[in-house]
Design a protein around this ligand. Structure first.
Ligand code: ADP
Length: 387
């Protein structure tokens, strides 16, 4: 009898939980490397190992019991990813691709080599470097930690005279945004590539709060840009390309993620193949699924913990209010500001679909859904564990 391959995911957050859910339909059970028994995927996967993603012995022990290893976050040290490959483990995406999702300086330099559109940027080591750059682009500028950022942590809008954070940084022009977009593509090692439609992502304080699929009047070149990056960087699995659409309509790459991504949660119900199933297929080098949409519009609203972050008591009311709303709760310890779940609404009329998703999120979080999206700003903050 042919045994299904053992697919392991380092990290056991909500992305691993939803990947496990998709893997089940294909007859697989995702094996996860979890930090603790309360991790979102550790609560549901049958094969859970506990360990530290920063520990090479923990990673090696885990990988030796898997046929293919993939990731639910970017925080595994690059030298450990390489060491796994040197020991003969199959790691997808591989270290040569993954570094561009882990290191913003490497990513910017590679995109420049490829002559792909991105914000003006520079590597900086001092306030004087930043000031020289700002003399060309204007203040404020956007300073970013080269490694370890997520959800807006590691991103600072700096005005003249502000202190430079005490970490390795790059600086970018502050792009005047019409909106933020994302393109997800999947690529398997033997080369097949499939893309989902371009989505608009709405960010608040550096956190994605809503996605609209497809983005209205999406720029025609966005999908080709994402596919080019997937091929040139030899990405395997799902690649998320976060984009800025400038005020003048031009595109600029913000950052890359090489795993299922928040901007693709809508694909669970809104596309024939979800990003989670596609990631499984792609990293196993199986034929990819059809990425065509199943509805005219799909809007996903994230459930961020509010003042009373316990969703459970409000679940029944949300299900009652909109029986067609799709609700996903991640089983995480409720905390204010934490991503605790998401809801997706599908339909033909964007205004209605968007207001249904927002209404569902408002009921579940107990918070009104704000309409304005302030930019992240302020003093450098320490990097914390992923929300
Ligand atoms: P993270 O790695 O934490 O996701 P991002 O690089 O995506 O950080 O930045 C978080 C948010 O900050 C973006 O979604 C965008 O709203 C804003 N931002 C980042 N870089 C720029 C820039 N160069 N110009 C304008 N806004 C930016």
């Amino acid at each position: 009898m042919v045994q299904p391959p053992v697919l392991g995911m380092v990290g056991a957050g909500q992305l691993a939980r939803m990947t496990h859910q998709a893997a089940i339909s294909l007859g697989l059970s995702l094996r996860v490397l979890a930090a603790s028994d309360g991790d979102s995927a550790a609560l549901v996967a049958a094969e859970v190992e506990f360990g530290d993603h920063r520990s090479l012995p923990d990673l090696v022990g885990f990988a030796e019991r898997c046929d293919v290893v993939t990731f639910d976050h970017e925080h595994v040290p690059p030298e450990h990813v390489r060491a796994l490959v040197d020991k003969g483990c199959t790691v997808r995406p591989g270290p040569d691709a993954l570094r561009y999702a882990q290191d913003k300086l490497a990513m910017r330099a590679r995109l420049a080599e490829l002559r792909l559109p991105q914000p003006a940027w520079r590597s900086v080591t001092s306030y004087d470097d930043v000031a020289r750059f700002a003399a060309e682009t204007g203040w404020p500028v956007v300073v970013k930690a080269v490694r370890g950022g997520y959800d807006g942590k590691g991103v600072w809008f700096l005005a003249a005279g502000d202190r430079l954070p005490p970490v390795e940084c790059i600086v970018e022009e502050r792009v005047r945004l019409r909106r933020e977009l994302a393109v997800l593509v999947a690529r398997r090692p033997s080369g097949e590539v499939r893309a989902w439609p371009v989505v608009e992502t709405v960010q608040r304080s550096g956190i994605c709060v809503e996605t609209v699929a497809p983005a209205t009047d999406a720029p025609a070149d966005a999908v080709v840009l994402a596919e080019t990056i997937a091929v040139e960087l030899d990405v395997t699995g799902v690649l998320a390309v976060e984009l800025f659409e400038r005020d003048d309509g031009g595109l600029a790459v913000n950052e890359l993620a090489m795993r299922p991504h928040n901007s693709g949660h809508w694909t669970i119900e809104g596309a024939r193949t979800s990003q989670f199933e596609q990631h499984v297929r792609a990293v196993l080098d199986w034929p990819l699924g059809d990425a065509a949409p199943t509805a005219t519009y799909a809007v996903t609203a994230n459930l961020l913990g509010g003042a009373d972050p316990n969703l459970a008591g409000r679940l029944s009311a949300a299900l009652d209010a909109d029986p067609a709303l799709r609700v996903h709760v991640y089983g995480k310890e409720p905390r204010p500001g934490r991503k605790l779940g998401h809801v997706t609404a599908l339909g033909d009329d964007l205004v209605t679909v968007r207001s249904r998703a927002r209404a569902g999120a408002a009921v579940l979080t107990g918070e009104p859904q704000p309409t304005e999206e302030p930019q992240p700003t302020g003093e450098p903050q320490p990097t914390e564990e992923p929300a």
